[in-house]
Design a protein around this ligand. Structure first.
Ligand code: NAD
Ligand code: 89Y
Length: 343
């Protein structure tokens, strides 16, 4: 028997990656799955050979027999499902966006704390191989102290065919994708204290904003720009690559197209390719995201074993989520938002 028996709720578009990631971990076995939709339940159950299948999360928890739950549903159900897990004292992973509002997210962290369970947000972009490579360069001191940075995701990829709900929400790119870019900015430059943002909707066929430009003041002294767009038609489509630019006191770092990393310092210029691995079940161009799913799940299992809080815990994610809220508020009011006022 595996060291950890898991249950997964939400057998949709993205959960298949999570199921593959769990299958690759020798000490984890997914023993039960749940989806309201019987067809999705059947497809994923058959593909991964899971016998215990539920259309009701309540019933699955009542039957029990698992050590953690992986919540892979869309945002509307996250709070209820995390609170359900807390009620049964079952450690939980929750997909991003953590919650519809910061108030919901705070309540979820409080529920997990009261139950004494670990709670991790599946904030996987900081686990991408190229982003880990950027962080390693920063930590090595090769470019000195960073004072300016840019985290940029600009694409014209059709995300709506796989995730049609993305076209319908009042909020789109900041909540869906910018949330990852903001988390990367926190991962690289530390927590931010102030946010100024501007948004636009370019695509007339969707309800929310598809372009956002955000300016952040980090406590470390770094000023960063986080810019995201799904309205950018480039000659070569970079989806889903995040580009990074960092200026430091001793040099510069640039992560560009096709995972090319250039590090320039007092000793010269080093160029390398920090491409993600193409896992056997992965497919281009998603392989960068897919590998980060496997890596964050490994991190979860390690932290469960050590009894330590995961890096992207619910508590940590409140600080990323506050940046999302602040960006919408700033764009709406045309003002700079102080993050501490939200937390
Ligand atoms: P989806 O709509 O394809 O799948 C969600 C599934 O959950 C559906 O099959 C639905 O029937 C089921 N469901 C919803 N509420 C339920 C409930 N209360 N009980 C049981 N089943 C329920 O959505 P998706 O595209 O797979 O996205 C799921 C989540 O993953 C979203 O929050 C999305 O933002 C996130 N996501 C994350 C990444 C990433 O890289 N981290 C990438 C894509 C999507
Ligand atoms: O939902 C989004 C995510 O988290 O990563 C990419 C995505 O699938 C579309 O923007």
């Amino acid at each position: 028997m595996a060291a950890y028996r898991g249950a997964l709720i939400g057998c949709g578009f993205f959960a298949v990656n999570q199921m593959h990631g769990w299958r690759d971990l020798s000490n984890v076995e997914i023993v039960a799955i749940c989806d309201r939709d019987s067809e999705r339940l059947r497809i994923v159950g058959d593909q991964f050979g899971v016998e215990r299948r539920y259309q009701s999360a309540e019933k699955m928890f009542a039957d029990g027999g698992f050590d953690f739950v992986d919540i892979a549903t869309t945002v509307g159900s996250h709070r209820a499902l995390v609170e359900l897990a807390a009620g049964y004292k079952v450690p939980a992973i929750c997909q991003k966006p953590f919650a519809p509002t910061l108030a919901d997210a705070k309540a979820m962290v409080a529920a997990a704390d009261a139950a004494g369970i670990p709670l991790m947000v599946h904030e996987n972009f900081r686990w991408q191989t190229p982003i880990l490579a950027v962080k390693a360069v920063l930590d090595s001191g090769a470019i000195g102290e960073p004072f300016w940075g840019r985290v940029s995701f600009r694409s014209g990829f059709d995300v709506f065919s796989g995730q049609p709900y993305l076209a319908k929400g009042k909020r789109f790119i900041i909540e869906d994708l910018g949330i990852h870019s903001l988390d990367i900015a926190r991962f690289l430059f530390g927590d931010a204290s102030r946010m100024t943002a501007r948004t636009r909707r370019v695509n007339p066929e969707i309800a929310g904003e598809d372009v956002a430009t955000m300016l952040l003041d980090h406590d470390s002294g770094v000023t960063s720009i986080v810019d995201v767009s799904y309205a950018t038609k480039l000659p070569e489509e970079p989806f889903p690559e995040t580009f990074v630019e960092i200026d430091g006191t001793r040099g510069t770092l640039r992560l560009g197209k096709d995972y090319k990393l250039t590090v320039h310092g007092p000793d010269g210029t080093l160029q390398s390719v920090v491409a993600p691995n193409l896992l056997p079940w992965a497919s281009r161009p998603w392989h960068n995201i897919q590998e980060s799913v496997a890596l964050i799940q490994k991190h979860w299992a390690e932290r469960l074993a050590e009894g330590r809080e995961p890096d992207t815990s619910g508590r940590d994610n409140l600080k990323t989520f506050a940046l999302v809220e602040a960006a919408y508020l700033s764009a709406e009011r045309g003002e700079t938002i102080v993050i501490a006022d939200l937390l």
